[in-house]
Ligand binder design. Structure first.
Ligand SMILES: Nc1nc2c(ncn2[C@@H]2O[C@H](COP(=O)(O)OP(=O)(O)OP(=O)(O)OP(=O)(O)OC[C@H]3O[C@@H](n4cnc5c(=O)[nH]c(N)nc54)[C@H](O)[C@@H]3O)[C@@H](O)[C@H]2O)c(=O)[nH]1
Length: 154
């Protein structure tokens, strides 16, 4: 119980959009990454810490709205995708949950908060390069796999 209280917990969305006038799938898919305005300016999908008593999915939706200006009605959550990452931040274990969601209107603008200084819509390989951490790269690849029509899952 004590360990659970001490562990950091964050939730967010791998947000993607599909470009209509572009390459055939899955190369028309772009993922949203935000660059922090603090620390080492790392790139991350919209996510953030769970408030006390808050439901995980509510956190993911709230953080995506706060950090990217995208609200629940702008997103189509994809069934059957939920990834859990575990890593350490300054010596403390952290658990991060990511759902997957499509931006309904691919032309919709992203609005950043002060926590981020830049954003990018990136195809898989560029997104993995920005993400840097293997666990997040694996999550992005798992998302692409989930969305690839060849896999017959979407
Ligand atoms: N001034 C300042 N302020 C900070 C700093 N730090 C935080 N603040 C404040 O906290 C607030 C943020 O609150 P939320 O938005 O609720 O939280 P999150 O969205 O959860 O954001 P975080 O940045 O706390 O957490 P992570 O993204 O997890 O990065 C933490 C470390 O883990 C690495 N890392 C990142 N992703 C992965 C991964 O997928 N895999 C692996 N293996 N590692 C990964 C990464 O490279 C980094 O070294 C800000 O407003 C600031 O006030 C900081 O360094 N300086």
């Amino acid at each position: 119980m004590f360990d659970q209280v001490m562990a950091l917990r964050a939730c967010g969305f791998i947000v993607f959009r599909r470009l209509a006038q572009s390459s055939p799938p899955p190369d028309n898919i772009e993922y949203l990454l935000l660059q922090t305005s603090y620390g080492k300016h790392h790139w991350t999908p919209p996510k953030g810490h769970v408030d006390p008593g808050e439901d995980d999915l509510t956190t993911a939706l709230r953080e995506t709205q706060e950090e990217a200006g995208l609200r629940e009605e702008h997103l189509q959550v994809v069934d059957g995708f939920l990834q859990e990452l575990r890593y350490e931040v300054r010596g403390r274990p952290k658990t991060v949950l990511y759902w997957l969601a499509e931006l309904r209107d691919p032309k919709m603008a992203v609005t950043l908060s002060k926590e981020h200084q830049d954003y990018r819509w990136a195809k898989l390989e560029e997104a993995c390069s920005l993400a840097q951490h293997k666990d997040l790269q694996d999550t992005l690849r798992a998302a692409q796999q989930h969305l690839d029509p060849e896999q017959g899952k979407y």
